[in-house]
Ligand binder design. Sequence first.
Ligand SMILES: C[S@@+](CC[C@H](N)C(=O)[O-])C[C@H]1O[C@@H](n2cnc3c(N)ncnc32)[C@H](O)[C@@H]1O
Length: 395
Amino acid sequence: MVVQVSEPFPHAMMPRANHDELARQNATLGIKLFMTYNVYPGDEVVYEREAKPRFVRTKGRAPKDKNEVRELMLQQPFTQTWSSIARTLQEMLWYNVGECIDRQLPELKEKARDLHKRAKGTLRVNEKMEVPRYLSAVDIHCAPGSYGVDLGDDDVFAGALYDRGAYYYAKGLVGPKNDTTGRGLVFVFKQKYPNFKPKRILDLGCAVGGSTLPWKDAYPDAEVYGIDVGAPLMRYAHARAEALGKKIHYSQQNGEKTDFPDDFFDIVATAGVFHETSHSASRNIMKEVFRVLRPGGISINSDIPHQHYNNIHDQWMLDWDCHYNAEPFWAQWTSMTSKELMGQAGFPANKVWECWRDRDHKGNFFLHDQPKSSPKESNQGGIGKGVFWGVVKPA
Ligand SMILES: C[S@@+](CC[C@H](N)C(=O)[O-])C[C@H]1O[C@@H](n2cnc3c(N)ncnc32)[C@H](O)[C@@H]1O
């Protein structure tokens, strides 16, 4: 299969790579694609043909859960090799993208300041805010500094790293405007609630706004807000939206306890927040969503899929990131249910709907009422998959 690799969406704030930087970034991406299509699927073959039969011969039974599969596969030279390459690729990705941002950081900060001066939207940063420990103690998915690092002097590094890095991380699967997560949510929302006319929308955990801007495009008359934990993320998101002519209100806030009034929003959306957030914080965030939504308002969310429908070998493959890609909350999230999360926050658990998404390299979405049972049935391996869920706050 040939996959077209181009460059991340080239808006005014996007850090640009010079010739050598681009060569390094595309080389990393090329190896990632090669591994995805040609090497990772081999793990199941090794499991089924060698590792599992040997386990059965020795123990008189098959492995019982994903942890036993992991322990077993880690003894396989094949698994040791691909796992080590996968981790190295992740570190190479951030290093390569980071070096090109370091080179142009002063220029990016200046552009952000300039865009801020003539802004249509707003930006609030909170220098006293502490980044929650579950995001600051670990370099989440190996990104240096994680989401909260602030290098001072109107820094935008974390935002630039996320924007350009996401393209390489997701193997180009971010849609033409680096906004696949938001476009996916809007696509599902419009199918579920075609006549809903929101006045205020919040994107909680918005990073650089890839999940925020599609809401503005879909509902141009609505006020659209985005919050996240780091000032550099918010400065970059604000400048990015302004560069694209979108009026968005960004503020640096912890989604567990925001300063928005009760019943303020018609829609609160989250994209990819919970698999990176501790269990107790996830519960707090959803309680906060319940508080700031008006009665009749809608909570809509997307994240990596829960594991309940996968076989135990697929569960081990999908949990790889938790063990080797600095995603400490990933496996806890995949073991939860959305009904449980919503129910504890006050939403009617029995009214929570779920559906599953797949996507392709052109940014097309495919929705399914049932999840595809295994990553290899998905168009692009595990990363192409996602679960959506939502519920109306009772009047
Ligand atoms: C995987 S990123 C997704 C970003 C964005 N929604 C998108 O789809 O591109 C998860 C985001 O959730 C944010 N997040 C996690 N916990 C949060 C919290 N308590 N308050 C605000 N944002 C949070 C992280 O900082 C990060 O930017």
